[in-house]
Design a protein around this ligand. Structure first.
Ligand SMILES: Cc1cc2nc3c(=O)[nH]c(=O)nc-3n(C[C@H](O)[C@H](O)[C@H](O)COP(=O)(O)OP(=O)(O)OC[C@H]3O[C@@H](n4cnc5c(N)ncnc54)[C@H](O)[C@@H]3O)c2cc1C
Length: 597
């Protein structure tokens, strides 16, 4: 398998030029993010990702996690790697200092999380869920719950899980049946949860499950769901571990990818009831869980970026080694050359690179907006940034994970037949990537969220504001010279026009026929992501061109940024207008007779 080299140069570029890290670091609570510290963090994280986590990716795939006599065992090396991760203080990066965190902006942690995910997607899922659990407890836990659980979760000494899914309740979370009965100062939980990521494992002494369940007298649907914290081992008031709680991993799923990540069926209460503690108020569990889901959706989108990067590096390095034929245009005297010289292989590689960079730019941009939504002193600015985050989270989740799969598939294609053979590792990235559009709300559900909750609910206000913000870049692009930026500018203008037309068209169509509009929403989300990514690539191109005029900057890196952005604009931005009929085609979908399938 080809090693992973964290793309620290591009990460720095995106943090500085797209996420606006310098400006972010002036906000109260973000001051720790000095350029020197961020540089050091990226370099150190790169070592752990490259030297410890990435070499375990293949082992994890081949061994998988196993359930043996009721105990879940992670693959060889995972326990030690997790220890190194905790000892390095990595889990604590973005959290409040009050609970042992390092108080760094979320966007810095985002870059680091990308590295873990590229290095070893199945490993990284564990911290990804713990991060969500911390966010949730910070926002909604009682002081006592925070005191008991947060310190250990922030440090990573314990891990967190998210328990929504049941056999009959997948996308329809409101159908869940796990019961919670009031007891003396706590609740007793009984029922079965399925597909619980890292629902059990041997990497930490305790696991903190966040569980959705229903009280006997709760109203039906999502309005009757409560949220509980249910530890694997009971926690004594002094923080030490007590008895084992009534939770059992009954089986682990056999999956097509992320084999190392134990996806557990959990039985709650076989022995009479697992002890759980209510978070917040009864029947408000879905509302609280959304705190965790929003975070997780952004981070799953980031997994799409990460797998794209890994697949790209794998394909690029393979293309440099594999010798096959004489490329078109090579000198007559030349012999066979590495396939990277073939025009079509170059095309595929540049596409992988461009799409990965665009999705990275969007993910970091949204992560920085999340930081601003928390730390801007002006409440109006905070509200604007939160609206931006809410609008773009489904886009990051769905667009980036769809791209992750497509990029991983192109990676297999570049390998030719060897891509279909497991030894190269290209197949693992492809298999691992396939879950990303499914979990954390399928991409179809994300598209409905974008259209229904984020665009229609405020009658297009947030979407129009975002579109206007993208148009504002035109002045800066117009002020620059050169064919690259002129081409990007013209294609970007057309693509933004297409997004605006699609938005207005869907707002009107939804009033007439909501189902037809919903059937067009996946194409709409694709347009949204494509254009937002293109806008940020244009922003990056502008910064790269300006950097090229400054002495001492990395000319090869900045020229590559410019050409990659141009390629993205030429290759993908015309797709925005081309998808308008597909969005309107929601009507055709709904006109098709169900019996004719
Ligand atoms: C490896 C793995 C790890 C997971 N980890 C966790 C975890 O840690 N915790 C947890 O709680 N869950 C977890 N899940 C569950 C995951 O979130 C669900 O599988 C996912 O939400 C989809 O639910 P489902 O599988 O029941 O599919 P279904 O809901 O049955 O969906 C099937 C199809 O119908 C579509 N569909 C369903 N409803 C709608 C709708 N309203 N509108 C449009 N389309 C719709 C879907 O898009 C999909 O294409 C995990 C799943 C897997 C496979």
């Amino acid at each position: 398998m080809i090693p992973y080299t964290p793309p620290v140069a591009d990460m720095r570029f995106v943090l500085n030029e797209i996420a606006g890290l310098a400006d972010l670091a002036t906000l109260p609570g973000c001051e720790a993010a000095s350029p020197d510290l961020v540089d050091a963090i990226l370099d150190e994280a790169a070592k752990l990702a490259r030297d410890v986590l990435a070499p375990l990716n293949r082992v994890g795939d081949q061994e998988g996690s196993r359930l043996e006599n009721g105990v879940v065992r992670t693959p060889t090396g995972f326990k030690e790697a997790y220890r190194a991760y905790v000892d390095g203080g990595w889990n604590a990066l973005p959290f409040d200092e009050a609970h042992g965190g390092q108080g760094l902006p979320f966007v810095v942690a985002t870059a680091v999380l990308e590295m873990w995910n590229s290095a070893n997607l199945a490993f990284a899922l564990c911290p990804l869920l713990t991060v969500g659990a911390v966010e949730l407890l910070q926002a909604h836990g009682s002081d006592a719950q925070k005191d008991l659980y947060l310190g250990k979760l922030v440090s990573g000494e314990w891990t967190g899980t998210m328990n929504l899914t049941e056999p009959q309740a997948g996308s329809d979370v409101g159908a869940l049946r796990t019961r919670a009965v009031r007891a003396d100062g706590h609740y007793l939980i009984t029922g079965q949860k399925i597909f619980i990521t890292y629902g059990d494992h041997d990497m930490t002494p305790n696991i903190v499950h966040l569980v959705l369940a229903r009280l006997p007298d709760a109203p039906p649907g999502t309005r009757g769901i409560s949220l509980f914290v249910v530890p694997k081992f009971m926690v004594n008031p002094d923080g030490s571990l007590g008895e084992r709680n009534d939770i059992r991993a009954v089986s682990l799923e056999h999956k097509i990818g992320i084999h190392a990540s134990p996806t557990a069926v959990l039985a709650y209460g076989d022995g009479g009831g697992a002890v759980g503690y209510l978070i917040g108020e009864e029947n408000r569990g879905m509302e609280y869980m959304f705190t965790m889901m929003n975070n997780a959706r952004l981070n799953v989108g980031l997994q799409g970026v990460a797998i794209g990067e890994r697949a790209y590096q794998q394909a690029r390095d393979f293309a440099r080694m594999r010798i096959q034929g004489k490329p078109l245009g090579a000198a007559r005297s030349a012999g066979p050359l590495p396939i990277i010289h073939h025009p079509d292989v170059r095309r595929m590689l540049l596409g992988m690179k461009a799409q990965t960079e665009a999705s990275r730019a969007l993910a970091y941009y949204v992560a920085a907006a999340l930081d601003r939504a928390r730390h801007e002193p002006d409440p109006a600015k905070r509200a604007d940034q939160q609206a931006l985050v809410d609008l773009l989270i489904p886009v990051v989740k769905a667009w980036s994970t769809d791209l992750g799969c497509e990029i991983a598939s192109t990676g297999v294609q570049i390998h030719g037949g060897m891509g279909f053979i497991e030894e190269t590792g290209a197949g693992q990235h492809y298999r691992d990537s396939r879950i990303l559009p499914i979990y954390e709300g399928t991409n179809g559900v994300q598209a409905m969220d974008l259209l229904g909750r984020k665009v229609l609910r405020d009658n297009g206000t947030a979407a129009r504001a975002f579109i206007a913000g993208m148009r504002a870049l035109d002045t800066d692009l117009a002020a620059e010279h050169g064919d690259d930026l002129a081409t990007i500018r013209s294609l970007l203008t057309g693509a933004i026009d297409a997004l605006a037309e699609a938005t207005e068209g869907l707002i009107a169509a939804s009033a007439e026929d909501p189902a037809a509009a919903a059937a067009g929403s996946v194409a709409y989300l694709r347009v949204f992501g494509t254009v937002a990514g293109g806008w940020l690539m244009a922003k990056g191109a502008l910064a790269a061109q300006q950097a090229l005029r400054r002495p001492g900057t990395d000319a090869r890196f900045n020229e590559a940024k410019l050409v990659t952005a141009r390629y993205y604009a030429e290759q993908y931005l015309p797709g925005a207008a081309a998808l308008l009929p597909a969005i309107a085609g929601g009507r055709t979908v709904m006109a098709f007779d169900l019996e004719a399938f």
